[in-house]
Design a protein around this ligand. Structure first.
Ligand code: CTP
Ligand code: MG
Length: 230
């Protein structure tokens, strides 16, 4: 059944899905690989569409797959599909261009975090609504982290208590994300990094184990096991 979005919602969600998925090994673009018989992108969009304040969803698809992605998602939810770029940041910028100025909150969410619960999407949006210009979901770091130098020699042990693992969706006031992307120079792996560079505060909210990023073959096996939970 096709989901309905909230026409009175104040949130647009950009879903960069144009990556190749090289670390997942041979196969098609990652967003179209199957998890429990359905493409990762379908899992991701179904959960985004279930978040109650989402009014618009924009997917950045691999340039050769735009029409196929439109057809794939038509029965899932009303989405706008644009062609992505060579870098993730470019895919996000291209998707952002489709969001009208009247939508005040923009979330950026990796298709690769296919099992992200709708509640996490809402909690990030709520924190932006409360007045934070930029919000990221995070988890504590569980491994011991070492800094290493030349020859793989350990230079020191980093204080883990001040470190966080960062997930998506990352949420922004619309104009904050637009300004960050307009001024973007180098390629960063996350959008909040652009806002940090602009000197604005970025606020953390609790993330979710289910928002894990499917990157390597092992992650697909883990996600398969998590599927019944989310
Ligand atoms: N992405 C994108 N456009 C790109 C590169 C990445 O839209 N040019 C998207 C991916 O589709 C993914 C998200 O950004 O949903 C996070 O990127 P990552 O996990 O690195 O995915 P891939 O780039 O596909 O994987 P890899 O780096 O292993 O090739
Ligand atoms: Mg990548």
């Amino acid at each position: 059944m096709t989901a309905q979005l909230n026409a009175r919602g104040d949130v647009a969600v950009l879903v960069p899905a144009a990556g190749a998925g090289l670390r997942l090994g041979p196969g098609g673009p990652k967003a179209l690989r199957l998890l429990g018989g359905e493409p990762l992108l379908v899992h991701a969009i179904r959960r985004v569409a279930a978040a109650s304040s989402v009014r618009q969803i924009v997917v950045a698809a691999p340039a050769t797959e735009v029409e196929a992605v439109r057809e794939l998602l038509a029965p899932v939810a009303p989405v706008i599909v644009v062609a992505g770029g060579a870098e993730r940041q470019e895919s996000v910028s291209l998707a952002l261009a489709a969001v009208p100025a009247e939508i005040g909150i923009v979330l950026v969410h990796d298709a690769a975090r296919a099992l992200t619960p709708p509640q996490l999407i809402e909690s990030v949006a709520a924190a932006v609504r409360e007045g934070h210009p930029a919000v990221i979901p995070v988890l504590p770091v569980v491994d011991t982290i070492k800094e290493v130098g030349p020859g793989e020699v350990v230079l020191g042990t980093v204080d883990r208590s001040v470190l966080r693992s960062v997930q998506t969706p990352q949420g922004f006031r619309h104009e904050v994300l637009a300004a960050a992307h307009a001024g973007a120079a180098g390629a960063l792996t996350d959008d909040a990094g652009l806002v940090e560079k602009a000197g604005l505060p970025v606020t953390c909210v609790p993330g979710s184990e289910l928002a894990m990023k499917i990157t390597r073959p092992l992650d697909l096996i883990l996600a398969e096991a998590l599927l019944p939970l989310g």
